[in-house]
Design a protein around this ligand. Structure first.
Ligand SMILES: *Cc1c(COP(=O)(O)O)cnc(C)c1O
Length: 414
């Protein structure tokens, strides 16, 4: 453990009882309070150092306190941070241009989070259904075990009852299909005769257990959508922005969506979301959709800096190579404990270690043990330990993290 600087040591320790008195209890928090970060490392209020393989849940693309990002934040704050969309915002145009030139999309809309980006995609698909397909009550198919956000429409889109429970009535117009199951998709389209306007999926299911999309499935689905005139919407909120070893998750599947959404990694930890679409479904007109904060100069300039840094520092290549190293080392753990673990799966730097269903051990047990040993990890459901470090992670940091995981597992399994 490295000695943290004075600044950290003199800080008061966080009073978690008082915290819980004032903050709504919507999260099951791990009992540490983080106060400082640098690169792939963070420090808590006792000065303890952690290697951060959570990265704000796949969000801190450039890690913590990256000098390029700090400079962009400070510069833009001193220049202009917010003006509204009553006026042209040059940084918004620049960011849209970068995203369009580096994807299959033609146009971008900006908001502040993943859920909002998906809301925008849902609204666009419905408007397209009314305007172009003449469907009075359009349906959108989404996958079981998916995750699309916490607003009413996006918990409805999320195919996991645990996120919907207690919030009835949900939003009408959604149907659910098992992921990576082509026959089920065909059957659902038939079942809702002429009502389905879009299919909305993650290229790789993140929260649902780091479950990558199947190439053949997505290619066949793309073909079905083309034949039937349906929109294919991809939620790239977690897997996108270089994390998968390609800029967009869909590049791993050999297909292109009509609409896709981005958020988490886009701003490197500054809140921003985007919904992008091809010209064929660009049906929004002035007044159809809006966001006060969406596309503000501050968030857009910082996100543009993140995008340019991904390019200039070859972080997509790093995600690919470090991801391979990570999976190779995790596979060695699976080989060592075949009774406990099923497999390792993922792309680039979004990877999961899958615990066998029948084993008592949970992902939270492993995460808890790793946090105690100075490594931050996040579960993806009860049986998958998720690894989503910053894209700047080094060879040594991957080895250090997996050494810790191996130690934690050895202690838990013995
Ligand atoms: C995190 C996530 C969201 C929701 O993003 P928020 O910014 O929390 O609203 C939506 N879709 C996917 C795939 C996500 O991982």
């Amino acid at each position: 453990m490295t000695i943290a600087p004075e600044q950290t040591q003199t800080q008061n320790q966080t009073n978690t009882t008082e915290f819980d008195q004032y903050v709504m209890h919507t999260y099951a928090r791990f009992p540490i309070a983080l106060v400082r970060g640098e690169g792939c490392r963070v420090w808590d209020d006792t000065g303890k150092e952690y290697l951060d393989f959570v990265a704000g849940i796949a969000t801190c693309t450039l890690g913590h306190a990256h000098p390029i990002m700090a400079e962009a934040v400070s510069q833009q704050m001193q220049t202009l941070h917010h003006v509204s969309n009553l006026f042209y915002v040059p940084a918004q145009g620049e960011l849209a241009k970068w995203l369009v030139q580096n994807s299959c999309a033609d146009k971008a809309f900006f908001c502040n989070s993943g859920a909002e980006a998906n809301e925008a995609a849902i609204k666009l698909a419905r408007k397209y259904a009314h305007d172009k397909l003449n469907i009075a009550e359009p349906m959108i198919l989404t996958a079981k075990a998916s995750f699309h956000g916490r607003t009413l429409a996006t918990i409805t889109a999320t195919g996991q009852p645990k996120y919907q429970k207690g919030f009835d009535p949900l939003v009408p117009g959604f149907g659910y299909i098992p992921y990576n199951d082509l026959e089920a998709a065909r059957a659902a389209i038939d079942k809702y005769k002429g009502k389905v306007c879009a299919i909305m999926l993650e290229a790789l299911q993140g929260e649902g257990g780091v479950n990558p999309g199947d190439r053949e499935y997505f290619q066949a689905l793309r073909q079905i959508c083309d034949e039937k005139g349906l929109l294919l919407i991809l939620d790239e909120v977690q897997v996108g922005m270089g994390r998968s070893g390609k800029l967009w998750g869909y590049e791993n599947l050999g297909i292109e969506p009509d609409i896709f959404t981005s958020a988490k990694g886009l701003g490197g930890g500054i809140p921003i979301g985007a919904m992008l679409c091809r010209a064929n479904c660009d049906v929004f007109e002035p007044g159809n959709h809006a966001s006060t904060f969406g596309g503000n100069p501050f968030a857009c300039q910082v996100a543009l800096t993140v995008c340019q840094t991904i390019d200039q520092h070859n972080l997509i290549g790093n995600a690919r190579e470090r991801g391979q190293q990570l999976r190779d080392r995790l596979n060695a753990i699976v080989a060592q404990y075949p009774a406990q673990f099923d497999q390792v799966r993922g792309w680039g730097l979004i990877d999961g270690l899958v615990i066998k269903e029948e084993v008592e051990l949970t992902s939270r047990d492993i995460v808890q043990a790793c946090i105690e040993k100075g490594l931050l990890l996040v579960p993806a459901g009860p049986k998958v330990v998720r690894f989503v470090p910053p894209l700047i992670v080094s060879h040594d940091e991957i080895n250090q993290a997996i050494d810790t995981v191996a130690e934690a597992i050895a202690a838990l399994v013995k």
